[in-house]
Design a protein around this ligand. Sequence first.
Ligand SMILES: C[S@@+](CC[C@H](N)C(=O)[O-])C[C@H]1O[C@@H](n2cnc3c(N)ncnc32)[C@H](O)[C@@H]1O
Length: 524
Amino acid sequence: MPPTRYQKFETGVLYKGDNLRRLIHFPDECVDLIYLDPPFFSNRNYEVIWGEEAEIRSFVDRWQGGIKHYTGWMKNRLAEMHRILKPTGSLYLHCDPSASHHLKVMLDGLFARGDGGFRSEIIWKRSSAHSDTKQGRRIHGHIHDVILFYTKGDEWTWNPIYTPYSQDYIESFYKHVEPGTGRRYRLSDLTGPGGASKGNPKYEVMGVTRYWRYSEERMKELIEEGRVVQKKPGAVPAYKRYLDEMPGVPLQDVWTDVAPLSARGAERLGYPTQKPETLLERIIESSSDPGQVVLDPFCGCGTTIAVAQQLGREWIGIDVSQKAVGIMKARVDGLGANAKVIGLPQSLSDLKKLGHYEFQNWVVDRVGGQRSVKKSRDMGIDGWSFFERLPIQVKQWSKKVGREEIDKFEIAVERSGKHRGYMVAFDFTKDAYEEAARSREVGKNAVVLVRVKDVLDFAELIEVAELEKEVLDLSDASADLMSLFSIATEEAREKKKKRKLEKQPVASKDELEESIRSPELVSS
Ligand SMILES: C[S@@+](CC[C@H](N)C(=O)[O-])C[C@H]1O[C@@H](n2cnc3c(N)ncnc32)[C@H](O)[C@@H]1O
């Protein structure tokens, strides 16, 4: 049975999930431009970007069986992309030279189905020199990516793009500088190629008779406009072509002028595969018009949709990583969008179905914490709270978490050198609550128990307040939840910064805790 297609095709949407599962539901011919930058085939370590279970699973699937498996994995997805492209639509596939030839053969097959097909292979020089030519390595430095450009039909959206002339070109061809204005120009031939046989008129200009390119009337106008120059008496007059009136060099297929993201560039969000906005600007501007629909099915940090948003295009982003979707949402919403997110866990039963790491990451991300990097000897610490960096342990058990786990976590908290830690689970036994209460009475290595339901509800409360731009109503929120979510930290951080500036001693732990706990700081 063919998959059901979405009845209502929406843009401004971010889908979290495997793109194939989403694409099969898109209606036929609904998208104008697709840019995809799938994880590359060349470097296994580089491949896993977010380190989440969904992504790791998708990565492992792709690798078992080598390039054949990779291209097979891509083929189903590309076939769907071809189906959903409008007849005038274009597709840009960003890949690296280790797989580009395989992908090209595959795309040739898919796009041969209509009047469409291969249009260009763009070489993007993404760095100047690379350390992969290090001593002993007997190959050339890999400094380029390949972007394959295909169109679905023989007519496609195309807006010419021009790049500036090089200084060498300007100096060789636009040698003359007009006195007074300083405008650079070159002298171009005014004679009519092919002479009489091509119907060019013959008459005299400045004492020189030739077949000319323009009618006598038009030539007079050009002379009056000061556009016709005779270098010396008897010389053939020439046309004065100003550099500042020329559009530039039509975009070629070797791009050396799009700089990679610099390590500290303002645009950088901290992920290794993030592409520069200028690269996407070029693709989106040339191959779509304002109002048209741009899709990125491997959206990562959301560069494509951020550029599409800024250029007035409609857009859709898909990524298998929950974290990527969160980053994308913040990025496009910061540009004035209000992205609808589809596919993030919305309920306790969704959360129970998540993979182990996905679930841990969901909790840590949801409370705004930092995921734990160490996986083996992390003493069961899955993350750290945002502000105070207190340990967080997450349990996805279907049964209630009991006293024994609380005792173990108390030791982990002690070893981490912190005074408090959070244990997040679906539910706890009565014993566990009693043990946690005891640990808090002692005041050292206290274990705070937080139910997943409360995290879900509280996160939603914050999100709604942010969306509606309202002050957060914290009347029912417990101090524990607020401190786990590092609420009120803005104010506390401001205080800390101020103190640092004034070179005064930083607030004591007790003071900070107090400021985090006091709700009045939040609503003020
Ligand atoms: C190379 S990155 C894209 C980077 C993006 N161009 C940018 O500028 O941020 C590839 C992305 O594909 C995502 N991905 C991997 N497998 C996927 C799948 N099956 N469905 C959707 N996204 C997937 C990864 O999570 C990752 O974010």
